[in-house]
Design a protein around this ligand. Structure first.
Ligand SMILES: [Zn+2]
Ligand SMILES: [Zn+2]
Length: 349
């Protein structure tokens, strides 16, 4: 079938169907993932452009295009829609990221879990921080991007998800609830993460972390404290000079370059190729590590597998905790150490 042969009328019929079903059911019905980047702006509403362009095909071409048939991204869809006179633009409300929600949730928590009006100076401050955080690249930020109204509305959403809230929950996503849950479960840690995020954004120590759809952010890590703090953590771990100093200090003390969790030694397994190789893991938790310099004692020597396993799900185990886990596993699930289990090493030793 011919792609792109859709008329304005086909598109209008499709928008009507979209309205009748609601966005979620419409996307479900035609098996499309939500794409929020370039929505059709029509009659004050936003529609998913890729799905609409694909579904519009059914009116004059007999059947809708599938997601796969439109795999070249949103580009062609946007072209057809614009050709038929539709306005395709930047979403006025791109999805809130975890880092953004941490900042907003902290404001609501400090206000006794009540929403704040847009006139409140704390909302002005939140809106400013959200601009600094720049969770989306400039071309995806509309003029209203994270303005006071948007920031205040988000505090309404968050407050309405709190278990003690009396009324009906407002619109909001799964991530809003997740971040709220993290604040309720670990109030001190999340408050501290928000504080570090604010300090880092104001001082410029934390770089903006733009949301991307290309999977460039590691999917196999779990970071309740958000991407910005995690990125700083990884930068510290990958600092070549620090890693060299750490390795030198271990060798000077007569130690071996083996994994502190499982004992893996790259040189023993890979010979010359593995000689001198080991990764460093920064053991200070994200919500504790401020802007200070990294001390050698904050770094643990760790093999690549164990490093992945540590970052895989939060809260991250210390190398000592992971070591116990490896021992237990080798012991058929029985505790690996004789007698009562040794107390866990504190994370910042
Ligand atoms: Zn290991
Ligand atoms: Zn690490």
């Amino acid at each position: 079938m011919e792609k792109g042969a859709i008329s304005r009328d086909d598109i209008l019929k499709t928008l009507q169907e979209y309205d009748e079903l609601g966005a979620e059911a419409f996307l479900d019905l035609y098996d499309f993932k939500p794409g929020r980047k370039f929505p059709i702006l029509h009659d004050g509403k936003e529609y998913d452009s890729k799905a609409v362009a694909a579904v519009a095909h059914k009116h004059s071409q007999g059947r809708p295009l599938t997601w796969g048939e439109l795999s070249a991204g949103v580009g062609p869809a946007v072209g057809w829609l614009k050709r038929e006179g539709f306005q395709v633009g930047v979403s006025r409300s791109p999805k809130w990221t975890r880092d953004e929600l941490i900042l907003a949730c902290d404001v609501v928590a400090k206000n006794g879990w009540r929403a704040l009006p847009s006139s409140d100076p704390r909302i002005a401050e939140l809106s400013d921080l959200l601009q600094l955080l720049a969770a989306y690249p400039p071309e995806q930020r509309a003029a209203e991007y994270r303005n006071r109204n948007g920031a205040a509305l988000k505090t309404v959403n968050i407050a309405s998800f709190h278990p003690d809230y009396d009324g009906d929950p407002t619109n909001g996503g799964q991530l809003d609830r997740e971040v709220l849950r993290d604040f309720l479960d670990r109030p001190a840690e999340m408050a501290r993460a928000a504080e570090l995020l604010r300090e880092g954004l104001r001082s410029g120590d934390l770089q903006p972390v733009a949301q991307s759809d290309d999977g460039s952010f590691d999917d196999d890590v779990s970071v309740p404290e958000g991407r910005a703090l995690y990125r700083r953590h990884r930068t510290r771990e990958r600092n070549k000079g620090l890693r060299r100093k750490k390795i030198e200090s271990v060798l000077k003390r007569g130690g071996a370059l083996s994994c502190e969790a499982c004992g893996f030694d790259f040189a023993k397994v890979y010979g010359k190729r593995g000689d001198g190789y080991i990764e460093c893991h920064h053991v200070v938790p994200l919500h504790v590590a401020g802007e200070g310099t990294t001390k050698l004692a904050d770094l643990a020597l760790i093999c690549s597998n164990c490093h992945r396993m540590i970052h895989r799900s939060a809260p991250w185990p210390t190398p000592a905790e992971l070591r116990l886990l490896v021992l237990e596993q080798a012991n058929d699930g029985e505790p690996g150490l004789p007698g009562p289990r040794a107390p866990m090493e504190s994370a910042d030793v």
